[in-house]
Design a protein around this ligand. Structure first.
Ligand SMILES: [Zn+2]
Length: 743
């Protein structure tokens, strides 16, 4: 992350309102290149990426003058929005050498006949008509559609298809498809390929708000530009891009020139799922047997003569996220506990939360969360104060949940931590980090969510091997808490292995006063299995920061691990260490790698290990504390975070690591508590780490969740620094959730 004081205290102008920086990022990202490509030229005169010189585009901004077109509930007039988008598109086309004719350049009325006559007489190569939609009495309706004439040429259809796909990809609104219509004069009489875009509904109040933002209009125009570059013969209508799928997944395709299509194949991760030889090209994929993860769907249309067109889209499966468990939690005096929930679906979700206590019956409550939105629950409001509580979240659809807690521990150590929860009780849990040194208090919380008592063995391991073990019974729907300091005595660095005869969930809270200068707390959900690979996107050794990586070898033989650091603005470094059997090893990043570095780490070991990353800091005297990050065992193209807050006293960051050797295009989506969704797109260089300031990217000061979608595999972490209610100071870090990752 960027720990520079200037950036911390002088927030950058929100990018959403900064067209020039937006232009730069979006032009860098000819995104769909990764997911949408044309194998055979279908156009007599295809647009060439990066060079439109010699091309003539007629841009037709709908309505004007006395004809306002649609009017939004807040009074925004369609004619003005259309003209703004038309001007932005004109600029983008001219920047690539095209010549542009506008049917109107100001707020004047132009007849339909004049519009198509202008285009025909001038000899335009393409005609792009810009409109925005409306539906009377249906403020909730929104979506993207593109119109062509009923007898549209193949070139018109390909242009419409690609512009439609790019608009849906860019704006993220429901895909209403490409429609052939007979009522549209400009489309009926133009004699070149012609399309009419209805990118969104001005009659939708939230959409009207977005359409008042020039940055948003820029997105729309750049999507049209993207579509102009890549005429496509085949497109996905469903599944929607970057949306989670479940049960039977509809795959609906739009195929141009279907009268000459001999077949359409649907492949998943390159194996053939189904073939169709006639319209409609709609498929259904049964996901019942699929584990969680990202699957690449590819549709290939084969035309008579052998020519092919293909397109890919990810299908995201995350059924494990219908359940979340949190073993730790309390509403005692000095603690404030929250649950934050992200609904990444395109529909609202009703879910339940069961609150389990140490000596009494559980309480169950129901909640409602809007589509693509974020919800906060303050636990004390639900269960009252003074209670130790474990939590089970149950949802009919995938959702993501995190549990932020803020505290003044024992009236003296202030801070906060965020648990990313567990999706599944298991019989084995591993915790690499842990210490009972001066100024540290370590706990282990376990919840038995089953209906029979669990016999649990806890082993305490240090640099020299096993230093203690014990067995305890955890009753059904009860939580048990162990004070580790009491078990192993003072001044021990300790890893934990927990094995149970019944599935349980576990968490390890720690509270500390690090070297007498950084007070705080951390919590870890641990790992449910050792692994050969571990990744940490976040890492920092700047002034006031101390970073360590703890490696725990639970095997009875020694192993070697290689730690590879990707350093922002510097060459990579690799170190090899040997970890004795049944031991933990602490790697001091400041000492071994160097100071003042922003770095990500990838760890690979000969036999499976567990890795965690403690960081303690004094962050510009603004914030002191520390946190422990649990690594992730594999990269993913999709990441989700339920927690995020940019209100007073909070600094949120996103660290993105690209561990591969190809650039990765990413889309960062902000799911606001107020139900809005904002986007940014960026490109991550190979073997790099990039830090984003959420406060700078997002103009709102409220709660939010994030979803991050890459064209390739990435790792993401979310550090937050805070002064909670101006009093409790600290930091948290979360690795988020990636479909298919186990915890
Ligand atoms: Zn219109």
């Amino acid at each position: 992350m960027t720990h520079d004081a200037n950036i911390l205290f002088n927030k950058l102008k929100p990018l959403l309102h900064d067209i020039s920086s937006k232009a730069l990022t979006i032009l860098l990202v000819l995104l769909v290149a990764a997911s949408l490509f044309l194998l055979g030229p279908l156009n007599a005169k295809p647009a060439r990426a990066g060079g439109l010189s010699g091309w003539k585009f007629c841009i037709d901004a709908g309505h004007g003058g006395s004809e306002s077109g649609a009017v939004g509930p807040g009074g925004t007039q369609e004619k003005d929005i259309n003209l703004k988008v038309a001007f932005i598109l004109k600029g983008l086309l001219e920047a690539e050498g095209a010549t542009v004719l506008m049917t109107r350049q100001s707020d004047v009325a132009v007849s339909i006949t004049d519009r198509w006559t202008m285009a025909n007489n001038w000899g335009a190569d393409r005609f792009i008509c810009i409109h925005h939609n409306a539906m009377d009495g249906e403020p909730g309706v929104n979506g993207t559609e593109t119109l062509v004439a009923i007898y549209a040429s193949q070139a018109s259809m390909e242009l419409a298809n690609s512009v439609q796909a790019a608009l849906v990809g860019q704006l993220g609104l429901p895909n209403r498809g490409v429609k052939k219509v007979d009522y549209c004069g400009v489309l009926n009489h133009t004699n070149m390929p012609a399309i009419l875009t209805e990118a969104s509904f001005l009659s939708n109040p939230q959409e009207e708000q977005r359409l008042r933002d020039d940055g948003y209009l820029y997105r729309e125009a750049s999507a049209i530009m993207q579509g102009i570059h890549m005429p496509s013969s085949i497109n996905f209508i469903l599944p929607q891009e970057n949306m989670i799928s479940y049960q039977a997944v509809d795959v609906d395709l739009q195929v141009v020139g279907s009268e000459t299509v001999s077949r359409v194949d649907l492949l998943m991760n390159d194996s053939l799922m189904a073939t169709k030889s006639s319209e409609p090209y709609d498929f259904s994929v049964d996901t019942a047997g699929l584990g969680d993860g990202s699957y690449s769907l590819r549709a290939v249309a084969t035309y008579q003569g052998g020519r092919q067109a293909s397109i890919s889209r990810d299908m995201i499966i995350a059924n494990q996220t219908k359940r979340w468990y949190f073993a730790e939690g309390t509403t005692r005096s000095g603690f404030q506990e929250w649950l934050t929930v992200l609904n990444p679906n395109t529909q609202p979700v009703d879910f339940s939360v069961t609150y389990a206590f140490e000596g009494s019956d559980a309480a169950k409550r129901g909640y409602h969360i809007e589509a693509e939105s974020r919800l906060s629950i303050e636990v004390a409001n639900e269960v009252g104060e003074g209670r130790d509580v474990s939590i089970l979240v149950d949802s009919p659809l995938p959702i993501m949940v995190e549990r932020p807690m803020y505290f003044l521990y024992k009236g003296q150590w202030d801070g906060g931590h965020v648990s990313s929860g567990s999706n599944q009780p298991v019989t084995d849990w591993y915790f690499a980090e842990g210490t009972t040194r001066q100024g540290f208090e370590e706990w282990l919380c376990m919840l038995n969510p089953g209906d029979t008592t669990a016999k649990v063995k806890i082993e305490y391991l240090s640099a020299g091997g096993l230093i203690g073990q014990e067995e305890i019974a955890v009753e059904p729907w009860r939580r048990s808490t162990i004070f580790v300091n009491e078990k192993v005595g003072p001044d021990r660095d300790v890893s934990l292995r927990v094995t149970s005869d019944r599935p349980i969930v576990a968490e390890r809270p720690m509270y500390f006063n690090f070297e007498g200068r950084a007070k705080g707390g951390s919590v870890s959900t641990g790992a449910n299995h050792p692994a050969a690979d571990w990744y940490f996107a976040e890492g920092y050794t700047g002034s006031g920061f101390r970073e360590f990586i703890c490696l725990f070898n639970p095997a009875t033989t020694p192993t070697k691990a290689r730690l590879n650091f990707q350093i922002q603005g510097a060459a990579q470094q690799t170190h090899e260490v040997e970890i004795p059997a049944l031991s933990r090893y602490t790697f001091d990043v400041n000492t071994e790698i160097g100071k003042n570095l922003q770095l990500s780490a990838s760890i690979n070991s000969d036999s499976p290990i567990v890795a965690e990353r403690p960081i303690y800091y004094n962050y510009h005297n603004w914030c002191t504390g520390g946190d422990v990050g649990i690594g992730v065992t594999r990269p993913s193209r999709h990441w989700y975070f339920a927690e995020g807050y940019t209100g007073e006293g909070f600094e949120d960051w996103l660290c993105l690591q690209n561990p591969g050797d190809q650039p990765v295009d990413v889309e960062i989506r902000f799911h606001m508590e107020s139900d809005e969704v904002l986007w940014e797109r960026h490109t991550l260089a190979p073997h790099s780490r990039t830090t984003f300031s959420v406060n700078s990217m997002n103009p709102y000061q409220e709660g939010m969740g994030f979803s991050i979608h890459g064209s390739g595999d990435i790792i993401v972490e979310r550090p937050i620094y805070f002064r909670y209610k101006g009093a409790w100071v600290g930091g948290t870090v979360s690795p988020g959730y990636a479909p298919g990752s186990e915890r």
